[in-house]
Design a protein around this ligand. Structure first.
Ligand SMILES: [Zn+2]
Length: 413
């Protein structure tokens, strides 16, 4: 026994930091009874097996909607032995087990909700628990409490508390397990609740709330290809602001950015004016309505943010150079800067900028993008490749644009 006590806390730690929690959380939902076993028969004629299946299916919907992985021990009206339910659960490498039931009692006065779990403080020698369930007592107990609290909170049924129990399915498994007795089929008011499909939906929602409170999903990893990248924080921050998204959890930080992509990002930060009624369609040889960014281009062209080339093209998918990006972004930054005061007072000095750095040696003062680069740099939004070099003709990467837009949007907060 001494040895067991020594091992136990380490085992619990392993449960708590189990790597499976970094992935989807998998729940086994068990609809009580079924097939030749109707369970309790309600005072209103309801079969327990029917309401348990309905709540289980609704609970599955609720949990899947919340991004949990769910499996059901039965999805139709069939008999499954208790041992088969436990065997099935053990094969799932799931995280939690919950069995759905309706209660029954000889007196029709009894009503309310209770949640059963196995408790090693109340062992029953003729109903021994699995070694795992012995150790899992505190976890199953906390799980039971969360489910009960959420249920009472939503349904306002009578609180019959969490109850240590040696029923088969909460005693023989290998993962935290509970059994909810939703309401009493033998009580007229409770049976009326169970007969109402809307109330059964609320019950499923409440149970899902309890599961979520007990085992919230880890925050979704937005992108899997930015770990260790210098722009990781900026990319995540922009993602949180709803400005950048990736594809299949990939951001492609070192890819160049197209004109279409840049306009889309700017439209998310400062939505372009919508087209006026008499708007005349601009025609470019390489932009048609099938292009994914066509509506954004239309607005950007109408507002004068972007122009085509002399050959009649507008090159929506061409990579944007760093100089071009600066010039485009600066148009928006200027728009959002506070207007100069008109009451004759001296303009406010931004104390954050003590000395404006010398111009980049590779940005000639008479180039078309120089004013934009110098302006953005003076605001602390734009940085060079080095303190001296900006590389205006190099294409801008998705990481670089994220860093720039993150600094700008932080300034605007
Ligand atoms: Zn039952």
């Amino acid at each position: 026994m001494r040895k067991l006590l020594f091992i136990l806390p380490i085992w619990l730690c392993l449960v708590i930091i189990s790597p499976s929690y970094a992935h989807a959380i998998k729940i086994v939902v068990d609809a009580g009874h079924g097939g030749s076993d109707p369970g309790a028969i309600g005072i209103n004629g309801l079969n327990e097996k029917d309401i348990t299946l309905d709540i289980a299916l609704k609970l599955q919907d609720q949990l899947v909607k919340r991004d949990y992985e769910v499996v059901l021990s039965r999805t139709d009206d069939r008999f499954i032995s208790l041992q088969d339910r436990v065997d099935y659960t053990n094969k799932q490498s799931a995280d939690l087990f919950i069995s759905i039931h309706g209660n029954s009692y000889p007196s029709s006065q009894a009503k309310g909700t209770l949640v059963l779990y196995y408790d090693n403080q109340f062992p029953q020698s003729s109903y021994p628990a699995s070694a795992q369930m012995e150790s899992l007592t505190p976890i199953s107990k906390a799980f039971a409490q969360q489910v009960l609290d959420a249920f009472i909170n939503k349904l306002h049924t009578e609180n019959q508390d969490i109850v240590p129990s040696s029923v088969y399915v909460v005693r023989n498994g290998t993962i935290p397990s509970v059994l909810i007795e939703t309401a009493f089929l033998s009580n007229p008011e409770d049976a009326a609740l169970l007969a109402d499909p809307i109330v059964r939906s609320q019950m499923a929602e409440a149970i899902a709330d309890g599961i979520q409170a007990f085992r919230p999903l880890p925050a979704k990893l937005a992108f899997t290809d930015i770990n260790g990248h210098w722009a990781k924080d900026a990319i995540l921050s922009l993602n949180e602001k709803g400005i950048v998204t990736g594809e299949n959890h990939l951001y492609y930080p070192d890819r160049s950015l197209s004109r279409a992509e840049l306009l889309t990002l700017l439209d998310r930060i400062h939505p372009f004016e919508s087209l006026s009624e008499g708007y005349e369609k601009a025609v470019f040889s390489d932009l048609n309505e099938q292009h994914w960014a066509y509506p954004t281009f239309e607005k950007a062209i109408a507002a004068g943010y972007i122009r085509g080339y002399d050959d009649g093209s507008i090159k929506p998918d061409q990579a944007v150079s760093r100089g071009e990006a600066a010039a485009l972004i600066d148009q928006f930054v200027e728009k959002t800067e506070p207007a100069p005061s008109t009451d004759g007072a001296a303009p406010q000095i931004d104390e954050g900028i003590t000395d404006v750095p010398a111009a980049f040696t590779d940005v000639s003062a008479d180039s078309w993008y120089a004013p934009a680069i110098n302006h953005l740099r003076s605001l602390g939004i734009l940085t060079g490749k080095t303190p001296d070099l900006f590389a205006p003709n190099k294409t801008i990467t998705r990481a670089e644009i994220a860093a720039l837009l993150d600094r700008w949007t932080d300034k605007n907060r």
